[in-house]
Design a protein around this ligand. Sequence first.
Ligand code: HEM
Ligand code: HEM
Length: 182
Amino acid sequence: MSHSTVSLSGTTKLLHIIIALGMITLLAVGIIMSEFEIFALYDLHKSFGAIIFVLALARVIWRVKKGWPSAVGQMSQVQHMIAKAIHWILIISTVLYPLSGLMMSIGGGHGLAIFGFEIVAETLDAAGETVAVNASVGGLGHDIHGLITYFVIAAIVLHIVGALKHHFVDKDETITRMFSLK
Ligand code: HEM
Ligand code: HEM
C-alpha cells in the first residue's frame, strides 16, 4: 500500500536535533558531574540547560500552533498510542528539566549566570554563605530534577528503538524525513 509522506518543516527538524543532542549531553553531564562532584562543570551545565529551556518553550509554542507531525508508515493503534505518549513525555521533559534546574538554582540562592553573564545574582549572608531565596522551591526543583532522570532516559531509549524499528524493520521514511536536509 502506498502512502504519501508529509515532509517536516525546517523548524521542526532543527529544534528536534538541537534539543535532542542537548538533552542527551546534559543528562550525561548532569549524572557525571553530580556523581563525581565535578563542580567545574556546573556552570556549563546550567548555561546550556537555560538555552535548552528557551528552545524547548519555542518548540512547545510551535507544536501548539502547528500540531504534531502526522505519522508515516503503517502502525497499529497501540504502537501509535505508545509513540504519541512518548513524544508527550519527551517534550514535557525538555521543559521540566531546565525549569526544575532553574527552581533549584535560583530558589536555592545560587542565582543564574549564562556563560558568566549574570541573570540572577546569588544571595549570600554576611559570612559569605549561600542563603536560599525560597528553600521549598529550591528543594522541589532539586527533587524533580533528580527523580525524573531514569524515567526520561527510559523514554528516550524507547523513542530511539522505535525510530530504528521504523527504519530497519518497517523500512519507512520516519527517520529520513526527520533528519533530511531538504
Ligand atoms: C538521537 C536520537 C533520536 C532519534 C533518532 C529521534 C528520532 C525521531 C523521529 C524519527 C521523530 C519523528 C516521529 C514521527 O514521525 O512521528 C522524532 C520525533 C520527536 N522526537 Fe526524537 N529522536 C531522537 C532523540 C530525541 C530526544 C533526545 C528527544 C527529547 C528529549 C526527542 C523528542 C522528540 C519529540 C518531542 C518528537 C515529536 C516531534 C516534535 O515535537 O518535533 N527525540 N524523533
Ligand atoms: C535542560 C536540560 C537539563 C537536563 C537534561 C539536566 C539533567 C541533569 C541530570 C540528569 C542531573 C543529575 C541529577 C542526579 O542524578 O541527581 C543534573 C544535575 C544538576 N542540574 Fe541539570 N539538567 C538540565 C538543566 C539544568 C538547568 C537549567 C540547571 C540550572 C540552572 C540545572 C542545574 C543542575 C544542578 C545544580 C545539578 C546538580 C544537582 C546536585 O548536585 O544534586 N540543570 N541535571
